[in-house]
Design a protein around this ligand. Structure first.
Ligand SMILES: [Zn+2]
Length: 266
């Protein structure tokens, strides 16, 4: 794992497992932690790394309700935990199911220790809601939490650091692999969510998985997702078969088929 200092007091921390990227914003009086990792062992490593940078009180933001973003929260004891209300709902409804499903995947990959850690992780539910934009005052700077509309999930939250022109995007942006468009994704609305992200005017965008990118990368990913949206629409209306749509996708079949067959329309 490595630290990247993006701007003064704004950090990304990269992990080999899942090519994951977690975030930290340090102000004069408090710090904001963006996502908490895949399990309690990972969360503890992440919390210790944050403590090497700052001993200020911490506030946690969960970018969306996928297990790898929230199962490390026990390490951030006493922190207020912000998320979209839909994130809490999904965690209550399917948090355990997500853990069991991925534990099975880890076992199939021979990663039994990760499977055990995943199943042992306790759920910490968010206790603060992001519906309208929320501004957190860190002392000498602010951080704004924004729900950009539905895209990767129905509960995505962006973490905007205006003075540094940095946006932590959760999984609404992905680098190094195609965006993950699953059963809880909204292909038709995702491009609009990225428009909302780009309107924040970021110089740097930090994906939930992969390296930090610039606004040009996000514009290109938006265009690809708009193509997927039109293919999804074509399949829904009967103009295209799934097989025809797959041939025109900017992404490989394994990334596109779940979107075409199971994407949400709201
Ligand atoms: Zn995700």
């Amino acid at each position: 794992m490595t630290w990247i200092e993006l701007e003064d007091g704004v950090y990304a921390r990269r992990y080999a497992e899942l090519d994951q990227t977690l975030g930290l914003v340090v102000g004069e009086r408090r710090c904001v932690v963006v996502d908490t990792g895949t399990d309690e062992v990972h969360g503890a490593e992440w919390a210790a790394a944050v403590r090497e940078v700052t001993d200020l009180p911490w506030t946690v933001v969960i970018t969306h309700a996928h297990w790898d973003h929230f199962l490390g929260t026990t390490a951030f004891e006493g922190a207020p935990v912000w998320a979209h209300p839909g994130c809490r709902t999904e965690m209550v409804a399917h948090g355990r199911y997500q853990a069991e499903k991925w534990a099975q995947t880890y076992r199939e990959q021979g990663k039994d220790e990760l499977a055990e850690r995943l199943l042992a992780a306790r759920l910490v539910l968010p206790d603060h809601e992001v519906t309208d934009p929320v501004t957190l005052d860190l002392g000498d700077r602010v951080v704004t939490l924004v729900h950009p509309g539905r895209g990767h999930t129905d509960n995505d939250v962006l973490v905007h650091v205006p003075d540094a022109a940095v946006v932590f995007a959760g999984d609404t942006v992905e680098q190094g692999a195609p965006p993950s468009i699953g059963r809880d994704g909204y292909p038709l609305e995702w491009p609009t969510a990225l428009d909302a992200l780009l309107e924040l005017g970021p110089r740097t965008v930090v994906p939930g998985h992969g390296e930090p990118v610039d606004a040009g990368f996000v514009r290109a990913q938006r265009a690809e997702l708009a193509t997927v949206a039109s293919l999804f629409d074509g399949v829904r209306s009967g103009e295209l078969t799934v097989e025809e749509a797959l041939r025109h996708s900017p992404y490989p079949e394994d990334a596109t088929r779940p979107a075409l067959e199971h994407g949400q329309v709201g």
